[in-house]
Each structure stands twice: as C-alpha cells, then as structure tokens.
Design a protein around this ligand. Structure first.
Ligand code: BGC
Length: 733
C-alpha cells in the first residue's frame, strides 16, 4: 500500500512587526526582575467568583508594579480606576490587561455555546462572539477566556455546556469562527478582545465525566480528536492559550513542555501568550509532580507557561528560582515579552484607557440590535427532538394553554451557567413571553408542579387539574442553570427530581390534547422516560437573555426550528461515552451473543448527532458521485437532491459523512466532513453539492502525521448521523 503524507498548508502568524518588537525590548531592558514577574502575574478582582480566593491584595500589588493583569473586573468606571493605579502610580506605567470569562455574551447573553453550536451557523456564531466582544470591550475588558474548544463526549461532565460538542471537524470550524468573532482583524479596534483557546488539552476526556479528574488518552486520540480544534485556533491566529487542569497520562498539562512548547510553539508556530487556568500551578503539588510551590513554579515556566492565574506562585517563588540559578533570566524575558506583546497588540501602550468608555458602554450594552441577534441565535439553536402527530407548532386557535413545570416562570435560569455580566431580571420567562405574544387570545395558566430537583410532589394535583382544563399543555422542564458548567457534573443525566413523574401524570391527564415539552439544560440528557410520556420535545438549551421570546416564536410556528444536535443524547447514562464517530470493533453488534452490545439497552442513542426536526419534512434522493475513482490529488463531486415534502418552508442542515473502509489503522464508521444549510419552500427541491479532496480523506497515520491512503471510501449525505449507507468510490494510488 503506498502512502502519501499531506503537508499542512497552514500560514502561521508572524510575531508582530519589528517596531513593536523593538519597543518591547526597550521596555524590557528597563524592568527589574520583580517588575517582570509582575507582568507574569494575574489576580482576580473578585467581581465574579470563578475559583478559590487565595490573596485579595491585588490593588496593592498593582500599585507596586507586581501585578500586570487583572480578571473578573469590569465596567468602564472600575477598570479605569484600576488602570490608573498601574499607569499613574507605578514606576514604568505599564498598562494592565483585563480578562474575563465572556463565554456566551457579556451583558446580552446568547445561548450557551453548546446550544449555539446546534445552529450550525458559523457566521452567526462569529457575530455573537463579536457582539460579546463589543460589549465587553466597552466595559474595559481586553481579553476573554474563550472559546472553550474541548471536544466532549461525556455529558456527565458539566463543562460540555461551554463547548461545541462531540465532533472534531465541526469543532474546528466553530473554534475558528469564535476566535474570529472575538478578535476580529484588528485587536486595537474597540469591538474586539483577545481570545483564549482553552483548555489545552483533552479536558473533555476527564475520567468518569468528573471535573478535574485524570485523563488517559492514547496519543492517537489526542492527535485525532482533542488537538485539532486547538490547532484550528492557532490557524485563526488566537493570541492566548490556557492549559487544562488535568493530567494526560501522568503529566499535568500546566507542566507539559511537550504540549505547551513542543506542540504549541515549535510545531504549530503559536506566537501568543500562555496563561494558566485558575491556580493550576499550585495544583501541581496535589497532582504529585511537585513537592512544593517552588518546584511547581519551576515546572510551569520550564513547560512554557507565561502567566500565572491567581495562584501567586510566580509572584512568590520566581525571584528565588532565578536567584538560585534554577530559572534563567532569558526564560523570564521570553514570557514577559509575550505578555507585553499582547498588550501592545491591543494598543494599550498608545492609550491604556481606550477600552474604558462610558459612552460606548451605555450605547452598546443590551442594545436593541444585540438583543435581536441574541433572539435569532436562540431560535436557531433550538432542536426539535420529537414531534409525534405534529403537535408543534401549537394552533393559534387554542382557547387555553396550561404552562406547567419548574422552569415555566424562570428568568435567571435561562441564562444557564457562566453568563458573564448578564442579568436574570432582563430575561422574559416563557410564560411571560407567551402572554406578551398571545395577549388575551389564549388564556394561560401556570403551575410550577415541582421544583427542578427535589422530592416534593404536593403540587402535582394542581398541575394535573390545570392540564385537564386546558386545550393544550406545555411542560417547561430541565436543569437549573448551575447544574452544568464548571464543577457541575452529574452521575445520572436524566431529568432531575420529580420532573419525569410530573410529565407522565400531566400527559395522562391531558390525553388527546396537544402536549409538548420545552427543555432548558446545559448538556444532553438521557430522557427516554420523557420521550415516552410526551409526543413533542423542543430542546432549547439555556437560551440566554432573549430565550423566552425565542421559545414563544418557535412554539407557535412564527419561526420553524432548524437546529441539529452536536452531541448525542444517550438512552441511558450507562451508554456514555456515546458518539456517532465510533469504531466498528472486531465484533460489531449483531443478533449473535458474542458481539459488542448491552444486555439491557440498544447501542444507538436516543437522539443522534446531527438529528433535529422542523415543521416540515425533507426527503433525500440517492447520493450521486461524479466518478467511481479519484486520483490522490484530484477531487470527486458528490450531489444529492433534497426536497421539502411538507407544507411549510423549512431549513435543513445537509450533512456529509465519509467512511474509510480499509486503512492501516482503524477508522470511525463515519466522520463529518462537510455540511450545507439550505432553505426550501414547500414542494421545492435543491441539488446540494460537495467536493471531496485529499484533505477530507486524510487522517493521522501510524506516525500520527497526516496520511492519505488509497482505497475504498463511502460517502453518506443525510440530515442526521443515523443514516447507514451511501455510495462508494476508490482513491487511486
Ligand atoms: C476555569 C477556566 C476559567 C478560569 C477563570 C477556571 O476555573 O477552568 O475556564 O477561564 O477559571 O475564571
């Protein structure tokens, strides 16, 4: 078998131009060791609590020139007052860098990133990141700790909410869109901020789905699954990186020279700055690779960490390490240069206050334009999981609707987790949004029924009575906002508390009437019970500031749902990890006993990656290929006719999957390699075309370098990853 390696075509960003580098050098020459270490130090101002507080004398340290960056501080006024300390009270007047976790919006909150990813709308994701940057930058923020680009295949892990789901190819594109959105083309512009690719790497592989737990993945899985979205961020010129808390096969990422220097800088050419995660250097001690903080600091700087977030290890240990000859002054200078470089790229040396602007703050924050985009993103993120009997959209001629469930009147919960400077009071609940929309045409009764997560069923009777009386029932169920995100893992990902029973009793009472459930949650849920109890389920994720209105639009058909899942929904928690790009194994499932399966559950998910219904239906013709074979440097065109077979206009995400049938290493049963979003009127058809080249066929070979291997490939084009087969072609040697 002949093999060909594919050369990477990536263009790496060169370090900023000569003038800037000279300026940094000149500044470096004036700095004392303590001042240099100050630039490598980041402390929280605690306007948001994102981890343990170790030391809160940050103002004093800023004044002393011993702290060069601050996070968790915002508003033009506050950041200006802190900036003043650095610029006017320190010897060299080096401006502070302000960081914040702007994860899915700053004040105008968008759906959680996992939900937003279900829109499969890269331009819209870029736009939402730009709006987040615009609002954050007006409040003095220079730097967001986003995007999180961890591929995640274990929904017990709470942080799946912050990423783009289970797929590598899609994850790369979303990562790039988000980096472009945050950073734009010009970092000195007042609507851009530094992005941070996190958490490098394989944080999503935490054993048992438990946050901060160890990760032990093969080098192949690391290269093939976890690293590509990070490489994509480098290709998109992301300016900062954050190593993950976890270890990989014995080496904590914060101490991994192989990751932070050899892969990131030497192999990928990253020229930006590396900041730790929250107190991650300190954690090298409990990890057991450092005996004390001194050794921890040494390991981190040797690995390639430029800035210490909140742990104060560089702050307290580095000077002694340099004086003892254990850390070279050159290593310090390199790290400080990288920090100063990003400050210079933001234009902070020209005007340290350029991002603190009350006028912009007033004009931009929660502006009608931003809210309109937030509503659009929320609508496009929703996934119609099932809709038996076309229960949805609800008919406008209903006379009454019972809105039942613990999240029926929720506001803050709709923001989910990690919602920046968002304000729950600005959120309109589903019930209120329905009332606003429907006026007095449809009488709405609301009953909580039960709390999200407790054992009290005393309100069930009222809920059942309301369901009996109404023409239709909407259940509003899910998780609380704080049940996903960091340190929010669950061992059972079914609906919490009494919600399944509530749904079953309400649906029984409303038999014969339209019953639908809306879900607000931060992860895929194992909702087999709910799916049996109710005919229609709309997955709305945590949809953000405009989520209530967006749900109301979709429920009554003013907008048709068009989202598709980016993470599989298991039937049961015990199936985890479950993802579409699985391998065949040597004993693929069959009726035979000795095959790869469970005794008590199917292998398939309840709702597959790529699945999502709308208010119309689509039919797919056969896949047609332009040839039956392809030379290595050639291309093949694949086409399919997609027809809207229903009675409403609708949008469809047409997905291209490939399978490499025989290769020198085992390959997944299918891998997403393209998609097109189309809109079709009722009865209309479209020819959807894809071009397949060597780039789509490459995979990491035995040496983990990209390899394109001749042989047979299968092309599948469909509306969900659950399709079984397609057309084949041969890649010629
Ligand atoms: C999280 C990071 C976050 C940081 C700062 C950490 O606990 O893991 O994702 O950026 O806190 O808030």
């Amino acid at each position: 078998m002949s093999k060909r390696s594919l050369k990477s075509h990536t263009k790496y960003s060169k370090p900023a131009a000569g003038k800037l580098e000279r300026k940094i050098k000149a500044l470096l020459a004036k700095m004392t060791l303590a001042e240099k270490i100050g630039q490598m130090t980041l402390f929280t101002a605690m306007w948001a609590e994102t981890g343990p507080t170790i030391d809160n004398n940050f103002m004093q340290y800023v004044r002393e020139g011993r702290c060069g960056s601050i996070f968790n501080a915002y508003t033009a006024d506050y950041t200006r007052s802190l900036q003043k300390l650095a610029v006017e009270e320190t010897r060299l007047g080096i401006p502070l860098l302000f960081g914040f976790d702007v994860i899915h919006g700053h004040r105008t909150i968008f759906p959680i990133p996992l939900g937003e990813a279900c829109s499969w709308d890269l331009a819209l994701m870029e736009k939402s990141a730009r709006i987040a940057a615009t609002e954050a930058a007006a409040e003095g923020i220079h730097w967001t700790f986003a995007p999180m680009v961890d591929v995640a295949r274990d929904p017990r892990w709470g942080r799946v909410a912050e990423g783009a789901g289970e797929d590598v190819w899609l994850g790369c594109r979303i990562a790039m869109a988000r980096v472009r959105g945050f950073q734009g083309k010009d970092l000195t512009a007042d609507n851009t901020v530094l992005a941070c690719a996190k958490h490098f790497a394989a944080y999503g592989g935490a054993e048992a789905g438990r946050d901060y737990n160890v990760v032990d993945v093969s080098e192949r899985t690391l290269a093939e699954v976890y690293l590509p979205p990070f490489k994509a961020c480098v290709d998109a010129n992301v300016r900062t990186f954050m190593p993950a808390f976890n270890e990989i096969a014995g080496i904590p990422c914060t101490a991994s020279r192989s990751l932070l220097t050899e892969t990131l800088r030497q192999k990928w050419g990253f020229s930006g700055m590396v900041v730790t995660d929250y107190t991650a250097i300190n954690e090298l001690v409990p990890h057991g690779v450092a005996g004390d903080l001194t050794q921890a600091g040494q390991l981190a700087i040797e690995a390639g960490v430029d800035m210490d977030m909140q742990g104060g290890v560089y702050f307290t240990q580095l000077e002694a390490l340099v004086n003892a000859g254990k850390v070279s002054p050159a290593a310090i200078d390199e790290a400080v240069t990288r920090v100063l470089r990003v400050k210079a790229e933001l234009g902070l040396f020209e005007d340290p206050y350029r991002y603190c602007c009350e006028k912009r703050e007033k004009r931009r924050i929660l502006s009608p334009g931003h809210k309109a985009v937030a509503q659009k993103v929320a609508e496009k993120s929703m996934v119609l999981l099932q809709n038996e009997g076309n229960v949805l959209p609800f008919n406008r001629n209903l006379r009454s609707l019972a809105v039942i469930g613990p999240l029926a009147e929720a506001q803050l919960e709709l923001l989910g987790n990690w919602y920046g400077a968002g304000d729950g009071r600005k959120v309109v609940s589903v019930t209120a949004a329905l009332r606003d929309k429907l006026g007095d045409k449809i009488q709405i009764t609301t009953v909580t029924g039960c709390e999200v997560d407790d054992e009290d069923d005393s309100q069930f009777k009222t809920a059942v009575a309301a369901a009996r009386q109404a023409d239709a029932v909407l259940l509003v169920l899910g998780e609380n906002g704080n049940m996903s995100g960091e340190a929010a893992c669950r061992v059972d990902i079914d609906l919490p508390g009494m919600q399944n029973r509530l749904a079953e009793e309400v649906a029984r009472a409303a038999q014969g009437k339209p019953v639908a459930a809306v879900l607000f949650n931060g992860r895929p849920l194992a909702i087999s019970r709910l799916a049996k109890a109710v005919p229609a389920i709309l997955e709305a994720w945590f949809p953000g500031t405009m989520g209530g209105q967006a749900v109301a639009e979709v429920l009554f058909g003013d907008t048709s749902p068009s989202g598709k899942l980016v993470m599989s929904f298991p039937r049961q928690t015990g199936q985890i990890p479950i993802y579409y790009a699985a391998k065949n194994t040597g004993r693929p499932i069959s009726p035979d006993k000795y095959t790869s399966k469970y005794l008590d559950c199917a292998n398939t998910p309840l709702f597959a990656f790529g699945h999502g219904l709308t208010y119309t239906t689509f039919s797919y013709g056969p896949v047609r290929l332009s040839a039956t074979s392809m030379p290595t440097h050639g291309k093949i065109r694949a086409a399919i006719k997609v027809t809207n077979t229903g009675s409403r206009a609708g949008e469809e995400v047409v997905q291209l999957y490939l399978r490499d049938l025989v290769a020198c290493v085992t390959r997944p049963l299918k891998e997403l390699k393209g998609f097109k979003k189309i809109k079709l009127k009722p009865g209309a058809s479209a020819e959807v075309k894809f071009t397949i080249t060597a780039a789509e066929l490459a995979f990491p070979g035995p040496d983990l370098e990209p390899l394109v291997e001749p042989g047979e490939f299968e092309v599948m084009i469909c509306g969900s990853s659950s399709v079984a087969s397609g057309q084949r072609f041969t890649l010629l040697p």
